[in-house]
Design a protein around this ligand. Structure first.
Ligand SMILES: [Zn+2]
Length: 118
């Protein structure tokens, strides 16, 4: 039941969702489901969907939640491909310490990649 449920939702959302950059309507063929979650015995479910705009070639990741007849969506423009989005969805968050460490690294980096990658 769930697969058809989500497939129907994608087809419905492709009709409703527009590209936030150029306002073109999305094509269901350019829409990939990255993750689905369904709560048993209820009508509550959520999806993470990646779309590519045919017109302006931008990509957006939508987080879509459904609770009965209500549908909520939040879109975020991204440079990730759908494969990247799937790969990074379970990645650990970057910590403040890691950002500071990289900042310090870049401040002292002399541009010699050969030395760093060895
Ligand atoms: Zn567009």
């Amino acid at each position: 039941m769930r697969e058809t449920h989500f497939q129907k939702m994608i087809e419905l959302l492709a009709l409703v969702l527009h590209c936030p950059i150029c306002s073109a309507k999305y094509n269901a063929e350019n829409t990939n489901v990255i993750e689905t979650k369904a709560v048993d015995k209820g009508e509550e479910s959520s999806m993470l969907v990646h779309t590519d705009c045919e017109r302006c070639k931008s990509s957006v990741v939508f987080s879509i939640s459904m609770d009965g007849p209500e549908i909520f969506s939040v879109g975020m423009v991204t440079d990730l491909t759908s494969a990247d989005a799937a790969r990074f969805r379970d990645a650990n968050q970057i910590t403040v310490d890691e950002v500071m460490e990289f900042h310090d690294f870049l401040e002292n980096f002399d541009g010699n990649f050969e030395k760093v990658l060895r």
